[in-house]
Ligand binder design. Structure first.
Ligand code: LER
Ligand code: MN
Length: 272
């Protein structure tokens, strides 16, 4: 099982996974600790430059597992459910460029989180869902052309106001109905929204493209009160053997948190 470390690019406004280290320095240290891959929240489609990112990771023997698309909403205010069609078009255009960046970085996966936007006060939920479906379908067709996967991540209620659970997100994915558009889970969000994290994973089963691990407080696994043994048992039951990405607050500092996360996860998946 590959373990990847989630890193926010320098200057990113995304709150988790940030470090004062440069991306190159963080990648070098992640490799030194024994990570297999990194995944990145960029600051923009060309920041970090995708080729440079691939080369830097490659120099240290790491793959680039994924790019997060959240920056499109966080840095630029573009979302798939915005009431203005022009903003939605710009969001789709930015996502297409993000997919191209992922291909150049040799990252097989791009996430869909906060780019979906929030249901605006007064907006009709059905309209927002229609817009979201249209935008995601268009991006999903492009992802397929590029040989990439788009992975929709349910998020907790404090970060997004719909697609909170696996059940809700699977319904949405059934509407989109493209093999290139799949599901990504994050134990931090699941801890807030699911009745049972393990049952939700079992329900997600074959739709799962990627998993983020963080503990109940978004800190390294083992430093909160989540039952990761139940999580791993459910992942085993559904035959999930792709990567686990550690998306965590890098405190007290990069080295200590990154080491704790990796050791804890390696302990959960002992070699057979
Ligand atoms: C946001 O909380 C999150 O879970 C990330 O995966 C966004 O890229
Ligand atoms: Mn996540």
């Amino acid at each position: 099982l590959n373990v990847s470390l989630y890193l926010s690019a320098a200057g990113s406004r995304f709150w988790a996974a940030s470090t004062p280290l440069s991306l190159t320095d963080a990648i070098a240290r992640a490799a030194g600790l024994g990570y297999d891959a990194v995944e990145i929240m960029p600051r923009d489609v060309d920041d970090p430059d995708p080729e440079t990112l691939r080369q830097t990771a490659g120099r240290y023997g790491l793959r680039v597992m994924a790019l997060a698309s959240g920056f499109i909403a966080i840095e630029r205010g573009l979302t798939f459910t915005h009431p203005e069609a022009e903003i939605r078009h710009q969001a789709v255009a930015a996502m297409r460029r993000c997919l191209e960046a992922a291909r150049r970085a040799r990252a097989p996966l791009v996430s869909i989180g906060v780019i979906r936007g929030k249901l605006q006060a007064g907006a009709v939920r059905a309209d927002a869902l229609t817009h979201l479906t249209e935008c995601v379908r268009e991006c999903g067709v492009y992802a397929e052309e590029l040989g990439l996967t788009l992975a929709v991540e349910p998020g907790n209620r404090y970060e997004t106001d719909f697609l909170h659970t696996v059940a809700e997100t699977l319904d949405f994915l059934a509407d989109v109905n493209l093999p290139s558009v799949r599901l990504m889970l994050d134990t931090f969000h699941m801890n807030i929204e699911e009745v049972s994290i393990a049952d939700a994973i079992r329900r997600a089963g074959p739709h799962l493209a990627h998993v983020h691990f963080a503990d109940s407080n978004r800190r390294a696994p083992g430093w909160g009160h989540l039952d990761f043994y139940a999580v791993v048992e459910a992942l085993r039951e559904v035959g999930y053997s792709r990567a686990v990405g550690l998306e965590m607050i890098l405190a007290p500092d990069f080295e200590v948190a990154a080491r704790q996360g990796l050791q804890f996860v390696r302990g959960l998946f002992p070699p057979a």
